[in-house]
Ligand binder design. Structure first.
Ligand SMILES: [Zn+2]
Length: 304
């Protein structure tokens, strides 16, 4: 058992409620995962709301760069209690043993299985049956939902903007806590992720800083920087095209920190020799970017 806490709801993570969280969402082609971040409930809730909004952007880019999607199918079923004929309430006390398969329970107590193929989904279902032998799984109904295809792409910024920014912020929170096992320095960011207030901590578009370093490669870049006893921020660029500036802490107390994750989305490998990559933004510029949505001197000074 891993001793840890869900950084959203603070519940202790045990074998019975931990879950794989994609640090960069799978809908953006991310593959790095951790079981030490979110409980199964928060993972499911935020996956449904935030990552879904981001998925519209992900589908667009994955298609644009011809990046093979993880071909996954969703199977939803519910099980009925034999004696009472009531819907079975199953505590999420399992973690799938397959790395490419995820089981979660939705708000209607349906078990949702996301698997790369039907055979793997059936293996998972059989495992659940063995765990809950006293229950009736006879009336299993499958709803096969294909991963949305590119023609479904429909970007409605006025609807999704807030959720996309929160999904971006969640990625940064994921990575920072994954690296440091500490969420104290980013408590304001976590408040923002779970709130519905309009105060942006995050903004950006067409900030392809990676172009300068990598010549337009299709990389995801996370760079989290703390300036000793001053402030902390992050730069997150997706597909080498769209960048986001995220203010993590304007009253940071602590040492200099610099965490960097550079991921080649096409070849699904981390780029490890990237020591020359460095961004450097002042607190006032960060605030200006977020407040004025990139209409600021720092943004204009990027001379690519
Ligand atoms: Zn939680």
């Amino acid at each position: 058992m891993i001793q840890n806490y869900c950084y959203i709801c603070n519940i202790e993570l045990k074998d019975s409620n931990l879950s794989y969280e994609h640090i960069i969402p799978a809908c953006l082609g991310g593959s790095l995962k951790s079981r030490d971040l979110l409980c199964v409930q928060c993972n499911s809730t935020f996956g449904e709301i935030h990552d879904k909004a981001l998925a519209a952007i992900g589908i667009f880019y994955l298609s644009k760069y011809n990046i093979p999607k993880k071909k996954s199918l969703n199977y939803t079923f519910n099980a009925v209690e034999k004696r009472t004929k009531k819907n079975l309430i199953i505590s999420p006390s399992w973690i799938t043993k397959f790395k490419d398969t995820i089981s979660v329970i939705d708000e209607n107590n349906n078990i949702c299985i996301e698997a790369p193929n039907k055979k793997r989904a059936m293996q998972e279902i059989n495992r659940i049956k063995i765990l809950y032998q006293s229950h009736n799984f006879e009336d299993i109904e499958f709803n096969e939902k294909l991963t949305p295809e590119v023609q479904d792409f429909e970007y409605e910024p006025e609807v999704y903007e807030g959720l996309i920014l929160r999904a971006i912020c969640k990625t940064i929170a994921n990575y920072y806590i994954f690296k440091t096992k500490n969420k104290d320095n980013i408590s304001k960011l976590i408040e923002y992720i779970i709130s519905d207030n309009e105060n942006y901590y995050c903004w950006g578009f067409n900030l392809n800083i990676a172009l300068k370093y990598y010549g337009g490669k299709t990389y995801h870049i996370i760079n989290i920087i703390a300036i000793k006893d001053k402030y902390m921020y992050a730069y997150f660029e997706i597909f080498g095209e769209t960048g986001f500036i995220i203010l993590l802490n304007a009253r940071y107390v602590g040492p200099d920190e610099n965490y960097r994750y550079i991921y080649d989305v096409i070849n699904k490998t981390e780029i490890l020799n990237a020591d020359d990559f460095q961004i450097d933004i002042s607190l006032s510029d960060i605030c200006e970017i977020i407040k004025n949505k990139a209409d600021c001197e720092w943004f204009k000074s990027l001379n690519f």
